[in-house]
Design a binder for this molecule. Sequence first.
Ligand code: BMA
Length: 828
Amino acid sequence: MQEKIDLTGKWSVSRKGDAENIEVSVPGCIHTDLLAAEKIPDPFYRDNESLVQWVGETAWVYSRTFNVSSCFLDRESLTLCCNGLDTLATIELNGHVVGESDNMFRTWEFDVGSCLKAGQNELKVTFESALPYIEERNQKHSLPGFGRSYEPSGRGWIRKSPCNFGWDWGPVLVTCGIWRDIFIRAGDLGRIEDVHIQQDHSLHGAVGLSVDTDIDRFSDTGEIKTIVRVYRGDKLVAENDGKYICAGSSTVELQIQNPDLWWPNNMGEQPLYHVVAELVDERGTIVDRVKKRIGLRTLKLVRKPDNWGESFYFEVNGKPFFTKGANWIPADTFVTRVGVDKYEHLIKSAAEANMNMLRVWGGGIYEQDVFYDLCDELGICVWQDFMFACSTYPAFDDGFLANVRTEAEDNVRRLRHHPSLALWCGNNEIEQGLTGNEWSEHQMSWKDYSKLFDRMLPEVVEELDPERDYWPGSPHTPRGDRSDFNNPTCGDAHLWSVWHGGKPFEWYDSCTHRFNSEFGFQSFPEPKTVYPFTKPEDRNVTSRIMEHYQRCAGGNKKIITYLLDCFRLPCDFEKLLWLTQILQGEAIRYGVESFRRSMPRAMGTLYWQLNDCWPGPSWSSVDYTGRWKALHYMARRFYAPLLLSGVAATERGVFDVYVTNDRSGSVSGELLWTLMDTEGRVQTENKEPVTIPIGRCSQVKRLDFSELLSKQRSGEQMLWLEFIEKGETVSESFQSPAMPKHLQLHDPCPAVSVEEWKEDSFCINVRVRRPALWMWLELPDADGRFSDNFFHIRPDRPRAVTFKPFAKMSAEEIRKTLKVNSLFDLHL
Ligand code: BMA
């Protein structure tokens, strides 16, 4: 068998040329190392980010010693494996340079047979700063990005996480370090270099697997073969052997009878199978073993001519589905401090909000394995960008292209077995940049663009992962003029006219696009997230410190402008923070409902963005600490498989009511509508049976209250819509004839009771005397998950909300501290 010396754990680091060493932990990065050693202040406190810029401008030397036994040295192959080096590293073993790296996204392997010795060895990895590297190259050939003020020009020259150099939701903190596993591998005879599993779903009652193994021989003595076994849990479900060979690759065919298919969230289960490939010699001794976990499914991007142009939707096991999700950015500026718990929390949050896809956006990183494992387990499909975003890149440089090819090969091989992986996409918004005036033909020509995104990357995908689709860029228009990057008839689109373009939310109703892969609206995190990085005197959104965290040009102005259209200006900092969350939730709800109403012409929405890398204001629905913003609670409702939505028609007092059905069959129920005054007195109420076919959105009603409302003040009326199935409200929608700021809200006088429920959860019963809008429950000193929050509530519909605290709490503690708020309180 292969043997390993694990080299993660304790290392030391010093500034290049400096004697002072500090003890650090690998994997990690220089900033978190210095922070743990108390050598730098927390960059996420006030404006400390500016005090630590020198860290990214400095060269750092990581070193450690380790022992090797003489029998380890007797093995035929000795390789130093670095799964991630960030980025410009020189690797020395016992004083000999064994290799250099210049790409954070590649895995690096160096033969160390000639310099490893018995006894103590010293490994040294020197990281040069990325900044002079890009500056030097950029002086010879300038490669601008989108020209945002914080961004150094020329980051396209280096293969390093683009958002390390700053983004419009995150800081400029240029890291370095050993960011993934590092070890020495020893073996005899050979090893399995690569396993590729392809599935055949054309068989009756079975799925065929074809398992290709690439074998790296260390010596040519004797023949070897591959044995493949497939397990479902502990149960062996298929087994077969390859032929004895001397070297090269071998293919083993198997069949899994009565297969359990893998489905995205809300469409079915996520059964997973383990494929174990073993390399054995002629005597049956195991030489190497590789395990991969797979799910059985077909998952395709379907693009075919249709009534509106060309379709753009995903199909799983032959079933088309509407994609609901968000864009994913690195979950921390310092990616190595994102633990399994944080990944689990975020991806579970996506699944709990009824999402079925995340897009790993091209300005971050190819995510850690655990990210994809969790997506496999939770049914979250992954749209995977290659790491290129909003910048020109030197595709004219053959060395750069060769480097990128290896990076793409490494990552395609690493990720292709994941059932959740749905699509490879070349880049983020480069076509949009090339079309505009900001980049010249000299900086990046369409010819160079094509070399990289139309030829090289699809070639790699075709060769190494032919079952998966490739899409050149997001957004991209496959027909006609490429400069028409948001063409509504085909391809995907980034729709930013709301927010960046200042258009009202209703603008979404004018969109006829096929797949909306980005659109968003900012909000602030809640007070509990803001307090730790501010002093009391900073707590105004226009303070220097709060503005320091706002990285989108004019971001706060945009928030306030939109806010004043809908809501009253709150009178204090905390209220303003909360209200921006409600505003954001409303913006995205409006967009998603509108897109889901245009199914099947539109077949997907991925809002910008799920998560955050630091605690500033941003487009995220889950903040840096993991707290759900109002948007995330709303997403859970607007992404539910069955969605009732109402929309005000152009005639005043007229409302159109729709039901969108993403369930696996047609749905029948009742539409119930109630017109009520703001005191809670029912003006009129009625219901009607409705049936909605599978995969469709139907307009189920037009409600005309124009006459009734003409006699009343619109600010005193509310329309409540409910879809009732077997006596239960499964989807609801609130419509107000007036802007919320003009509603005559009354004190709802909420009353709550808290009871123990089950497994450390509580049931909170809420009733009100008068209707309340966007009511939310809050525990100022505790965190946890409410089953629902930021909901509208009326006197005749008390609600039971369950609450699971993240740390143990008693019902009494909850009762004492629970705060119940709603729009009424924000307007005071
Ligand atoms: C999108 C993204 C990001 C950016 C976001 C908000 O287009 O691709 O580049 O953070 O807009 O401006």
